[in-house]
Ligand binder design. Structure first.
Ligand code: CO
Ligand code: ZN
Length: 331
């Protein structure tokens, strides 16, 4: 899967500008699906299977947008100011590279730092495209870009920008490849605009009207020096989410995930995330509501240019996701 992960994470696509990454994924899934459609917001909705005896309509959601920037102002010397699309932290920006949807590229600089004890806000940063004037600057107000960083293969671990949540998009593609027979009607949703508030999954879930569903997303870990106190570690398997700050996973869904992992010998760990949200919340409150949860890929340094995942964890998440929908579902 490494090639697929590399292809998906290196493609730019900040929230609201998912047209390029969507086409990349559409090419991957077209031959694997019973139906492919794109809804009004741009969610790519891929159906596999038809509801049979004992089957359910299931929605699985992985978001294909990523954090990024939007230009707010270009000064007379060609320096572009920007705001964040999604959760971009200032301390991750300096020296970073931006790849705009119009093809322009730039690096992020910062005004004079007065005190090394204090990280300035995003308003002190700017993008330098190499331009010397507003007129020859290749970007203008409203242009958007993602961060640029090639994938690094460390063998057991993979590093890159936008593992959140392209690694999960790769999981869904691989699951589509592996899922042969199913009594369920499985909707693999590649959702848009998650980083700005689960917007894509909200309309996708309304359209799909799932009877049960879950997100596949990254989650934080507690296994780094003086990091947060958190049970999740890289390399210890798929994380079954119990709770994050957007929702409390349905206990029936949590049990279904745990039982499926145990029945199939898939390593898993329980996840309670203090801060963060996923498409699972949008599924849970869609229409009159649906039992919902989330399977997570443990990930270090989320929302930095170098997000790290464990390759075996990724493979285990594929196994769990596929096993969850391959058989009749009893909650
Ligand atoms: Co994110
Ligand atoms: Zn995410």
């Amino acid at each position: 899967m490494k090639e697929l992960i590399k292809k998906l994470i290196e493609t730019p696509g900040p929230s609201g500008s998912e047209h390029v990454i969507r086409e990349v994924i559409r090419k991957e899934v077209e031959g694997l699906a019973d139906e492919v459609r794109v809804d009004a917001l741009g969610n790519l909705i891929v159906r596999k299977g038809t509801k049979a005896e004992g089957g359910m309509r299931v929605m699985i959601s992985a978001h294909i947008d990523e954090i990024g920037v939007m230009v707010t102002h270009v000064d007379e010397n060609g320096f572009a100011r920007f705001i964040a699309i999604g959760g971009v932290a200032p301390h991750t920006c300096l020296g970073g590279r931006v790849w705009f949807m119009n093809g322009a590229r730039g690096v992020i600089g910062v005004e004079k730092i007065e005190s090394m004890d204090k990280i300035p806000g995003l308003e002190s940063f700017y993008i330098d495209t190499g331009a010397t004037s507003r007129e020859n600057c290749p970007v203008k107000v409203g242009d958007v870009g993602g961060f640029e960083r090639p994938m690094l293969d460390l063998g057991a671990r993979l590093v890159g920008k936008s593992m959140d949540d392209r690694v999960a998009a790769a999981v869904l593609v691989e699951s589509l490849r592996q899922l042969k027979e199913t009594p369920n009607e499985v909707y693999y949703v590649f959702s848009v605009q998650e980083e700005v508030g689960l917007r894509g999954a909200t309309t996708a879930a309304f359209g799909v009207a799932p009877e049960v569903g879950f997100a596949v997303d990254v989650t934080r870990t507690g296994d780094t020096p003086k990091g947060a106190k958190m049970e999740v570690s890289l390399g210890k398997g798929a994380a079954v989410k119990v709770r994050d700050s957007s929702f409390i996973a349905d206990p029936r869904v949590v049990n279904w995930m745990v039982n499926t992992a145990e029945a199939n010998g898939i390593p898993y760990q329980m996840e309670v995330l203090e801060r963060g949200g996923t498409d699972g919340y949008a599924i849970q409150i869609a229409r009159a509501g649906a039992p919902a949860g989330c399977v997570s890929v443990p990930c270090r340094y989320i929302h930095s240019p170098s997000e790290m995942v464990d390759y075996q964890d990724v493979l285990n998440v594929v196994k769990l996701v596929t096993a969850l929908v391959a058989n009749p579902i009893k909650l």
